[in-house]
Design a protein around this ligand. Structure first.
Ligand SMILES: N[C@@H](CCC(=O)N[C@@H](CS)C(=O)NCC(=O)O)C(=O)O
Length: 218
C-alpha cells in the first residue's frame, strides 16, 4: 500500500503516526502527480493528500477514512487504536471531529491566514483560539479521569495541536496550552509515545523549512 503524503501535512501525519504505532507496511511517497492540477483531480477526486492507494489501485482519501480503513483491514501488528466499547468509540470520534470541525475550522485556519499575511483581527483570533481550547479541555475532562489507551482521536488531534502551538505566537499567545492544564497533560501524554513524538517532530521540521523557504523568497 502507498501513502501519498507531504512532510508538513498535519492530516498525512495522522496516518504516518498510526502506521508506526501499528507496524503497517505503508510506502510513504510524495503525490504522484502535482497537487492542484487536473491530472491530480481526475485521479483523486477530493484533491488533497493524504491518499492511500491500495495494491489493486483503489484510492482512499480523507485522513479519518484512511485511518478507519487501516484499523479495519486486519493488518495491524500492534494493539488496537479503536476502543472496544461503543462509548469509547464515540469519544474517539468526538476527539477527531473536535480537531477538524472546531479547532481547525475556528482557530487553526484563521491562524494560517495570519501566517500567510492575510488580513485578520488578531485579538479576535486569539479569543476564538481560547474558546476552542476550552472546549477541548472540557471534552477531555468529560471522558473521566484515569488511564485510557491512545486512540485514533488522539492521533487526529495531535498534529492539529502541534500547528496551533507553532502559530499561536502570531496572536500573542506564546504558550497556548499553559492556560489549559488538562490539554497540557494530554499533550505531554501523547508525546510520551515515541511514534507520535517522532512524526510530530518531522512535521515541525518540515513546517519550519517551509516557512524559511518562503522568507528566503520574499
Ligand atoms: N480533510 C482532509 C484535509 C486534507 C488537506 O487539507 N490536505 C492538504 C495538505 S495539509 C492538501 O492536500 N492541500 C492541497 C491543496 O489544498 O491544494 C483530510 O483529513 O485528509
Amino acid at each position: 500500500m502507498k501513502l501519498f503524503s507531504l512532510p508538513h501535512s498535519p492530516y498525512a501525519a495522522r496516518v504516518r503516526i498510526q502506521a508506526r504505532l501499528e507496524g503497517l507496511p505503508l510506502e510513504i511517497l510524495p503525490p504522484p502527480v502535482p497537487l492542484r492540477t487536473e491530472a491530480f483531480m481526475q485521479r483523486f477526486p477530493l484533491g488533497k493528500v493524504p491518499v492511500l492507494e491500495l495494491s489493486g489501485g483503489e484510492a482512499i482519501a480523507e485522513s479519518w477514512a484512511i485511518m478507519e480503513y487501516l484499523s479495519e483491514a486486519g493488518i495491524a501488528n500492534g494493539g488496537s487504536l479503536v476502543p472496544e466499547s461503543a462509548l469509547g468509540r464515540a469519544q474517539m470520534r468526538m476527539l477527531g471531529r473536535y480537531a477538524d470541525l472546531h479547532l481547525a475550522t475556528n482557530a487553526l485556519f484563521p491562524l494560517f491566514r495570519v501566517a500567510i499575511g492575510a488580513a485578520g483581527d488578531t485579538a479576535e483570533i486569539a479569543q476564538s483560539l481560547r474558546a476552542e481550547l476550552l472546549k477541548g479541555e472540557r471534552l477531555l475532562a468529560s471522558f473521566g479521569g484515569g488511564e485510557r489507551p491512545l486512540n485514533l482521536g488522539d492521533i487526529a488531534l495531535a498534529p492539529t495541536m502541534l500547528y496551533l502551538q507553532e502559530l499561536a505566537p502570531l496572536v500573542e499567545m506564546a504558550e497556548p496550552l499553559e492556560e489549559f492544564p488538562g490539554l497540557g497533560a494530554w499533550w505531554a501524554w501523547v508525546n510520551s509515545f515515541a511514534p507520535v513524538r517522532d512524526v510530530l517532530q518531522e512535521v515541525r521540521t518540515a513546517y519550519h523549512a517551509f516557512v524559511e523557504g518562503l522568507a528566503a523568497k520574499a
